[in-house]
Design a protein around this ligand. Structure first.
Ligand code: IMP
Ligand code: MG
Length: 194
């Protein structure tokens, strides 16, 4: 399906584009420059939070002028809803040893802060040299836990957003921009080939 067709099919379910493809690219370049500077002489390991962060992580890591390792953890709290269940479920664990290394957790979005605070606690048990958090998006208005976010791409208002890795019921991850989900729309239906 061509990109134009994907966007057309999504139109009923996505609202305004709040962050464009160009804005994302520009901000990632800035974040990568900062991280490159901050991690000089360190043993950097990027730990992505599946599934949403894989798009952001892959763009960010290719802008880093530093050697780094990459691993992924699977954490979810939403199921197929737009409201978190409040319980963080860890699926896939880590493959790499993090002991003595400088871990940068890469998230798509920090909302209540439950997921990231659980992950920081879990990763701390591996005794890394340092733990920092880099998130593309932050909804500070909805925070329930105090969490230190070291690198933030964009602060956004309290909307449920999709695109650039972020999903609603597993759809819309492949949109190249960040848009607001139209909550009045029916659950996403995949187009048929007819
Ligand atoms: P938290 O535990 O409430 O901070 O939620 C964090 C996780 O919820 C993120 O890693 C996302 O997977 C998901 N999430 C939170 N807000 C949104 C959103 O607006 N769109 C899509 N996923 C979201
Ligand atoms: Mg997530």
């Amino acid at each position: 399906m061509a990109k134009g067709q994907i966007v057309a099919y999504c139109n009923a379910q996505i609202g305004n584009v709040i962050i464009t493809q160009e804005q994302i690219a520009e901000r990632i370049a800035q974040l990568a420059r900062q991280i490159t500077t901050d991690y000089e002489g360190k043993q950097l390991v990027l730990v992505g939070v599946l599934t949403g962060s894989f798009v952001f992580l892959s763009d960010l890591m290719r802008q880093l002028d530093r050697p780094c390792e990459v691993d992924f953890l699977d954490a979810s709290s939403y199921g197929n809803n737009t409201v978190s269940s409040g319980e963080v479920v860890i699926g896939k664990g880590l493959n790499l040893s993090l002991t003595g290394k400088d871990v940068l957790i890469v998230e798509d979005i920090v909302d209540s802060g439950r997921t990231i605070s659980e992950l920081v606690r879990l990763i701390a048990a591996h005794r890394p040299a340092s733990i920092k958090v880099c998130t593309l998006l932050s909804k500070t208005a909805r925070r329930e836990r105090t969490v230190e976010l070291n690198y933030i791409g964009f602060e956004i208002p309290d909307y449920f957003v999709v695109g650039y890795g972020l999903d609603y019921a597993q759809c819309f991850r492949n949109l190249p921009f960040i848009a607001v989900l139209n909550e009045d729309a029916a659950a996403p239906k995949l187009p048929t080939n007819e």
